[in-house]
Structures are given as C-alpha cells and as structure tokens.
Design a protein around this ligand. Sequence first.
Ligand SMILES: [Zn+2]
Ligand SMILES: [Zn+2]
Length: 289
Amino acid sequence: MNTENFNNNNNSKQQIISSKEPSKEFLKALNHLKPKWNGKYSEGYRGATIIYREFRSLVRLGKKEGLSEDYVLDQLKERKQEPCLECGKEITVIYENGHTFEENQYCKACKNIRDRREYEEEQERTRREEEPIERYSNKILGYRADYDIPYEEYLEIEKERRESIDKQLEPIKEAIEYGRSSNNRTKKIKLPKGMTKTKWLKQQREKRKQAKYEDKQRRIDQHLRFHGSPNRLIIQRIDKIRCDCEAQEMRIGKFCATCQLLIKVDSYMLGLFREAYERRKSRSEDGVK
Ligand SMILES: [Zn+2]
Ligand SMILES: [Zn+2]
C-alpha cells in the first residue's frame, strides 16, 4: 500500500478509528509481532515468511473481533514522540520499517503552512513561465489559468479527486477480500427472491457483456480524443517536416528553408490566437458572455 496515500486518505483513517476495541489476546499477539515486523528485512527470507504467517494469524484474530486488516497494519507501525522540525512542538511520527517521510515530521499547523507556501511558489513559477499562447487558449476556451486557482479551492479539487479514486478502487478491494476468505468459493449463491439459478446466471452474463461493451466504447472515445484532434494532427505533421539546420548557422539566427517556413507558420498561428483572445477579452469586458 502506498504510504503517502494511506496517510492522506481520510476514508481509511475513518475506518481505522471506527474499529472496535481490541481484546487482550489481540494486543499480546500484536506486541509480540511488532518489533519483528518493523525490523523484518534483516531476518532474511525464512524469517520474513514466519513473520508474514504471524501477521496473517493476527489479521484472522482481528477479524473475529471486528478489526479490519487496515487497522492491524496501522497498529503495527512504530510511533515515536519527536519534536516538529519547524516549531519543535512534540508530535507523534509514524515509522514503517524504520523509515518515515519528511512531511510526517512536521506538526499539522507547520505542515499546512509549508504546503500552502509550496503551492503558492509553484503558482508564481508557472505564472512567470507562462507563454502567451497558454494565456490565449485559456481565455478562448473560457478557462482560468491553473495559477489563478486559490489554495483553498485546490484543496477541494484534490479532495474530490481522491474520493473518486477511492470509489473506483472499492470493487477491487471487495474482490480481494472475497478471494481471501477461501470458504466463499463453495458458498451457495444467494439468489434474489423469485429468481431461478438459470435466470440469475443469464442475468450475470448480460451484465458482464454490457460492462465489456461500455469499456470498449470508452476506449474508442479515449483514442479519438488523443489521436483525432487537430491539435494532435498538427503535432504529428510538424514531426514529419525535415530539418536541415546547422548549429553554426543557428547561432547567427540562420535556419534551413523548412524552418524558415515554420517561423511564418508560428507567427501566423500566434496571430490567430491573439485575435481570438482579444475578441473574447473585449466581449467579457463588455459583460457579454
Ligand atoms: Zn510545528
Ligand atoms: Zn531547420
């Protein structure tokens, strides 16, 4: 599991906190495994196998008590009390196999300040390096430049993005859970009321067929978006133009015949974009959309 995601993922954190209180038996097994788990790479292959077996039995024990595997993994991490690297306030730093990320070594307040500063510096950099054509095309399409997105809004966008990824991962997680409990294979399928098994199987087949069809359509659309737009066509075309420029001549601003044509193409293109940009700008200044 990606540690960074794991730490930032509010959903799984919620899950961990909402777990029930572990029993004494569980805690004993946990404390027995914990030091070995955190130094497991020094134990070699045989040692690692033993540790992993112990881990699986701890997970089984936890399951009986209603504790998830995520909870067990979280409990196995080492926690040390350390001063925040910025303000010195004592915080709990989580270590995995003796390692931690630098970002974990700051208190929440200092981390927020650092994150915001980093974001704003990055925005300032992209603002400075923006090419006119970027400004033009954003305006033509009615977009804001990325550097115009305030930090708070960016956090919201990121949160939504993470939630949508979590949602996409849900069925995968379920499938893994299902595969782990080996009894499930022989378990009888619970049929919906008033449905025969043949009918149910047919319905499942139809569902799979539909999913396959939708997946194919999605891929066709994606391919079209990536390869069919004039944007791509122009990139491909330019790539085919032969260039005969020599470094020595380039230094004094002399280019080959095809490149001289391309200089004209570039200025013509910029002109078109600038005109569209100006039109759009004056319209929005007049309050017309
Ligand atoms: Zn701090
Ligand atoms: Zn050239």
